[in-house]
Write a protein that binds this ligand. Structure first.
Ligand code: FES
Length: 128
């Protein structure tokens, strides 16, 4: 085994639960969970916040995920989130061990889509 191969093998398993689906990612240790999720097309954001967020600086609180198993929180917001059962900030979680995380449904004010088949006012009601 060459050194390059050993480096390539040095990944951490991250299981992503998205509804009924489970995906297994091989993540380079030291990366933030946020960036690993984005790179694997498992965004922690809602549609609006995927464009408008703090870029992983830990101030917008839009990148929350449920960490089922993983590191203990060390960011102040992350500690409060864990204590009170809110989603933790994926941008403040360093992938340094195997973990299981769950993507959460995000409903941003004014952003929830309505079903045109069941909404008597149809799609136009979205703009109210
Ligand atoms: S990206 Fe803003 S708090 Fe995580």
């Amino acid at each position: 085994m060459t050194a390059a191969t050993a480096d390539e093998d040095a990944t951490v398993e991250v299981v992503v639960v998205d509804g009924d689906d489970r995906h297994v990612l091989a993540v380079e240790p030291g990366r933030t969970l946020r960036n690993a999720l984005l790179d694997a097309d498992h965004s922690p954001y809602a549609s609006l916040t995927s464009r408008f967020n703090c870029g992983g600086r830990g101030v917008c609180a839009t990148c929350g995920v449920r960490v089922r198993t993983g590191p203990e929180p060390d960011h102040w917001h992350d500690q409060l989130a864990a204590r009170f059962g809110y989603p933790r900030l994926s941008c403040q979680v360093t992938v340094d061990r195997p973990m299981t995380v769950e993507l959460v449904d995000k409903h941003v004010w004014g952003g929830r889509e309505q079903n045109a088949d069941t909404d008597p006012d149809g799609p136009r009601s979205r703009s109210r």
